[in-house]
Every structure is written in C-alpha cells, then in structure tokens.
Design a protein around this ligand. Structure first.
Ligand SMILES: [Zn+2]
Length: 463
C-alpha cells in the first residue's frame, strides 16, 4: 500500500529514467580513481559534479577539503521538531581499471548494453558506487520535483577515498561530528540477495589477524643427523593448527564464543525464506559439503558465526627438488572473522596463550598482530528497520530480509562509534556486477528499482 504522496513520485521516477541514466553516464565518464595520484584532478571534478547536481535539486552542498580527496557534504529538507533526519553516505571514487585489455569497451566511456539478462549500464563505477549513490540522489530529485520539498531532513555525505582505504574519513567524521549527526545513516554500497530479493545488512563480521613464527633449534638441521631426536617446528605448528577446530567444527580457543549472539527466531525464519542453495554456492567453486560447525545452517556459517582460518603456512625447503632439512622456523597466518560482541583483543590474548599451551618443550612462538576490528551489529529494534523492510518489500517481487555480510564494511562501524548512529545498508548491486574487475556493470533494473526503493524508504521513514 502506497501513501498518496508516494505514487506521483514513483511515476515521476518512471518517466524520468532515461534522463536519470544520462546523468549517471555523465558522472561515470569522470575517471575518479582515488588511489592513483594521476587522477587527483578527476576526483576533484567528480566532487564538483556532485556539488552541482545536488545544488540542482536545492541541496546546499559544498566540497570539503581533506588531506586527500574532498568530501561532499550537503543539507536539505524540512527541519523542526519531530521531522526525521537521515544521513546518506556513498562514495564517488572508483577502483583502478587495469588490466585494461580485459575490458570490452573503454572503462570511462560508459554505455547501455543489451545482455541476455537485460539492459546493463557498463563502465567503471557503475555499480561501485556511482550508480548506487545516484539511486538515492534521483529519488530525492523526483520527490523534490513533485512535492517541492524532500520528505524529511537529509544530510548528504559523499567520500572520495573509499577505494583507497578512506584515510581521511575517520578524522573528518570526528572533526565534523556535530554537522554529520542525524537519526540514522543510510548507506548504498551493498547488493540484493540473489536476483531480486532486497536486503538490509544488519550484521557485519569483524576481523582479527595473527601471524605466528614458531622456532625450535638454533639453526636448520640435517634430518639424517638430527631427525627423530630434534623437535621440528613445522610439526609443532601443524599440531597447533590441527587442534584449533574440534570434530564438530567448533573453534577451541578458550572463551572464543563469548559475545556470539543467538539468532532470533524471527531472523532464522527470514533466512530460511531466502532459499539459500548451499550446494549451488559451493558447487560454483568446486566444493560440495559445508565445512563449518555441524549445528548451524550454511547461511549462518557465512553471516552470523565466527571463523578461524589459516590463510598461509610455510617453512622449510619448498623449492625444486628435495632437501632433507629440519627447519629452525615455521610460520602461519591465521585470521578470525568475528561476530556480535566478540572482543578482538581478548581473543588475541586467549589465542596466544592457547597456542603457547599447545607447544612442546624447546619450541617458542612469536606473534605479530595484523589488525583487530569488532563486528558490526545494527540495532534492528529501531523502528526504521522494519519500516524500510516493508517499503522495500513493496517494490520488489520478493520480501526484503535482514541479512548478514561475511566481509567487513568499516563505514557502518564508524557511524556507530563516532556519531552514535545506527546505519542501514541497503543496496541493489548483483553478484555478477564485476566490482573492482574489468567490464563492471549495473543492471538498469537495479538502477530504476533502486531509485523507486529509496523513494519508498524515504516515504516510510518520514511517516
Ligand atoms: Zn563501494
């Protein structure tokens, strides 16, 4: 059911879609590659383009200098008691384009292409993140055109360094916290679930990295002379690694599961309704059997359960031929994906103590930490989440779901920690958009229905 104020906006979006697409193509022609200093001027140009485009819909926007590429910040919409205030975040920078020879068309000469799965907008940044960013701007444009004013107070916040590690973001947010603070942050940099199920990401896994150097003898030894009597550090390390999971797939580090939340029945039902096909998911990479904890579903394994993975292991002689060496050292890189309230630093301490306890005599270990970020958990009890979920369900053929994200999206955590704001991650990308790769595309359907989705979400949040 749509409110009377919404229907004319949706019609306006439909009739304006080719003009909206033209505007996006214009933005896509600007090669705003943030990591390469050669494109610094283009990043400025993209920021200027956005300032001008926001101004064209009545947003008081400006470019804000940082030590790197500028932020674009703008304000619009009604103010006053009881008027909801949202902040919208997107990024205007893009990934480098190499290898250029794998692109069918020049990456910054975007165009519409017909494919067996429908029309796509092809070009660097079409999905990540210019096309997604513009879905929100276009929804605002249509609302303004029909009603002369936005449905709620909106702060626009665009960054130009997301693809190069966002070095200026946290300092900028801290320095400008008063200006950026709103009731909730909306972030459009994620995807649909499958082809047409809208998704709101409400949990993001954190990450802890540890590098181990296990040492035994004072030098490399000959296995003919020392084999059998000397402890081999590769054997000691392998023994540790073999004990990090038990036979049910649970991680054995003491206290590891402290702070891992139980899923609500409501969320379990939503996830069951997604019809996730684990055998297809695994089959695409040549696997067949989920390897996580016995007691949880495959979706829980990638969204809501923590992991321990060995990312690298080396030591001894690995060159051509053979060398009968007992090496003095063995190495491994081990990472943990974290969920809920798991405390990365407590886990680091516990992991190190546990590893030491598993090592035999004469073996020592040195650790090097590689980053420790807590998981993100959105407060879905905020009514905005159910309002947005209902609004998205009205637009798409499948009902929307709260989903997890196995990877890390730091921006959501920054909004929570620095600005004390909940963040809603809603996006319309698809798994085959080729983000960061040659021939990136954004489905025209994602763009069109994405714009309509934001119009619905803004309408819902403003009521
Ligand atoms: Zn992105």
């Amino acid at each position: 059911m749509s409110a009377p104020s919404l229907d004319p906006v949706l019609s306006r979006i439909d009739s304006d879609i080719s003009a909206a697409t033209e505007r996006l193509l214009e933005l896509l022609r600007i090669p705003s590659i943030s990591t390469d200093p050669a494109y610094k001027g283009d990043c400025e140009t993209a920021a200027d383009w956005l300032v001008a485009d926001l101004a064209s819909i009545g947003v008081n926007a400006s470019k804000r200098p940082t030590p790197g590429h500028p932020m674009v910040v703008g304000h619009a919409g009604p103010k006053g008691e009881g008027v909801p205030h949202v902040l919208f975040y997107g990024h205007y920078d893009v990934q480098p384009v190499d290898p250029l020879n794998l692109w069918d068309k020049p990456p910054f000469a975007p165009e519409l292409q017909e494919t067996p799965k429908g029309t796509v907008i092809r070009g660097r940044g079409s999905s990540d993140d210019k096309g997604q960013l513009m879905t929100f701007v276009e929804a605002c444009r249509a609302w303004k055109a029909i009603h002369g004013e936005l449905p709620c107070r909106i702060t626009f916040f665009f960054e130009g360094e997301e693809e190069s590690g966002s070095p200026s973001l946290v300092p900028y947010m801290k320095e400008n916290a008063d200006e950026l603070k709103a009731d909730i942050a909306l972030i459009c940099d994620t995807g649909l679930f499958g082809e047409e199920t809208p998704a709101i990401v409400t949990m993001l896994r954190g990450l802890l990295g540890e590098e181990l150097t296990v040492k035994a003898a004072s030098k490399d030894l000959h296995s003919g002379m020392y084999g059998g009597i000397a402890m081999n550090p590769i054997r000691a390390l392998s023994n540790v690694i073999a004990q990090l999971h038990d036979e049910t797939g649970r991680i054995t580090v003491p206290g590891f599961y402290d702070g891992v939340p139980e899923l609500s029945d409501e969320l379990k039902a939503q996830w069951a309704g997604l019809g996730f096909d684990a055998s297809h998911f695994l089959g695409e990479v040549g696997l067949s059997v989920p390897a996580g904890e016995d007691s949880v579903t495959p979706l829980e394994m990638i969204w809501s359960r923590p992991t321990c993975e060995v990312n690298g292991i080396w030591g001894g002689y690995t060159g051509e031929g053979f060398k009968t060496v007992l090496p003095a050292e063995a190495h491994a890189k081990i990472s943990f994906r974290l969920v809920g309230q798991q405390d990365p630093l407590a886990i680091r301490e516990s992991f190190r103590a546990y590893v030491r306890s598993l090592l035999p005599a004469d073996v020592e270990v040195e650790f090097k930490g590689h980053g420790a970020s807590q998981a993100g958990q959105m407060e879905t009890s905020d009514p905005a989440f159910e309002k947005a979920r209902a609004a998205l369900s009205d637009e798409w053929p499948q009902p929307a779901a709260f989903v997890g994200c196995g990877g890390s999206i730091p921006i959501a955590g920054h909004f929570q920690k620095i600005l004390d704001m909940n963040a809603m991650l809603i996006g319309f990308g698809k798994d085959d958009d080729q983000l960061h790769s040659p021939n990136e595309k954004y489905d025209l359907n994602s763009f069109h229905k994405g714009i309509r989705s934001w119009a619905r979400v803004l309408d819902a949040l403003s009521r």
